[in-house]
Write a protein that binds this ligand. Structure first.
Ligand SMILES: NC(=O)c1ccc[n+]([C@@H]2O[C@H](COP(=O)([O-])OP(=O)(O)OC[C@H]3O[C@@H](n4cnc5c(N)ncnc54)[C@H](OP(=O)(O)O)[C@@H]3O)[C@@H](O)[C@H]2O)c1
Length: 318
């Protein structure tokens, strides 16, 4: 099968398309024929090997595993102990080495794809969507009627944060650049700030929560638009250890900001996201689709920090 191999840490030239053996499922695993793989910012950071501390987990000199994690496809074969899925099932979930024509992974990492959602949309609704869910439901614990602002509302995580905050009953405002304002209002933000033209921290509006995907402003600036008792939930921003440590310190000494968190997909949350997609309460948004052999260009686009929603990779045509 064809798969993307990462030989080293660095720029997109460390990624290459190669022929490798198609894996065989172990007793608890399923073999999936991949129809779509979506990228998230973690894939980019693993390619770069930054921040350096990441290499402690991923491999010091080069990554121990092939890149790509969020996939959707069709079950080809199941291991002897798998009873929940069968060949022909259309599924989505997370794995190691997802930038490949086939992936083999524990069956519990996959759930059935809602019929009304495409493979590309399903593949897009894994790591970024779960991160947004954890911010909205577990970190902010958003309640109906609360006012929420998503700073960085148009990238991988932002559109899920906007839509999920609405599902939990909030009135949502979003911040993005000019070319994305229409997208952000189309997914339910009732107020959209174009950060190239206006400063939301001077708007006079007040919010219960700022879901901070972009990490572009200081806590003192955010405080200007927080209601008394309001809080910033840090989701993203420049991946510098000094910044992350600063956020942890501020969380200890300020009631205006919670500590940064790291999200990983899990079966229960994917099921929940699948139900919302089935009910059409949640609509994944896709920006660009690249063939597998063009993966380096897909990574380069993601790395601009200005992809509009999700970037997807599909198997190359023969
Ligand atoms: N905690 C976790 O487990 C977890 C998981 C996934 C991601 N993350 C973090 O979340 C962050 C974003 O991820 P992503 O996939 O959404 O990234 P992304 O696709 O690159 O999106 C970045 C977003 O920020 C906006 N933006 C850029 N500059 C801005 C500014 N000055 N003011 C306001 N908005 C600005 C962009 O809008 P325009 O394109 O319109 O400029 C876009 O909406 C990353 O830092 C990542 O590390 C964390």
């Amino acid at each position: 099968m064809k798969a993307i191999i990462q030989e080293n840490y660095g720029d997109t030239n460390v990624l290459s398309l190669q022929d490798i053996l198609t894996p065989t499922p172990k007793e608890n695993e399923v073999l999936i024929r991949t129809n779509a793989t979506s990228l998230h910012i973690g894939d980019w950071l693993i390619m770069k090997g930054k921040p350096f501390v990441l290499r402690m987990m991923m491999g010091l000199a080069k990554p121990k595993q092939r890149p790509g994690s969020d996939v959707a496809g069709v079950v080809e074969a199941v291991g002897s102990q798998v009873t929940t899925l069968k060949p022909g099932d259309e599924v989505f979930g997370w794995c190691k080495g997802g930038l490949a024509e086939y992936v083999c992974e524990d069956a519990t990492h996959f759930i059935r794809k809602p019929k009304n959602v495409t493979f590309q949309q399903a593949a897009s609704s894994i790591t970024s969507a779960v991160t947004a869910l954890h911010a909205v439901r577990d970190q902010a614990k958003i309640q109906p009627g609360q006012k929420v602002l998503v700073n960085g509302a148009s990238g991988g995580v932002g559109p899920f944060a906007v839509q999920l905050a609405k599902i939990f009953g909030a009135e949502v405002a979003g911040v993005c650049s000019t070319r994305n304002t229409e997208l952000v209002s189309s997914i339910g933000a009732t107020r959209v700030f174009d950060y190239t033209k206006e400063d939301f921290t001077q708007s006079g509006q007040q919010y219960d929560f700022i879901l901070d995907v972009a990490g572009s402003r200081t806590l003192s600036e955010y405080k200007r638009v927080l209601k008394p008792g309001g809080k910033v939930i840090p989701i993203g921003g420049p991946p510098k250890m000094s910044r992350v440590l600063g956020l942890h310190l501020r969380a200890m000494f300020s009631s205006y900001q919670s500590a940064p968190f790291v999200s990983y997909p899990n079966h229960e949350d994917l099921k929940l996201l699948g139900e919302w997609m089935e009910q059409e309460a949640l609509t994944p948004v896709i920006d660009k689709v690249y063939p597998l052999h063009d993966t380096p260009n897909a990574f380069a686009y993601l790395g601009t920090g200005h992809a509009r929603a999700k970037v997807v990779i599909v198997p190359s045509t023969p």
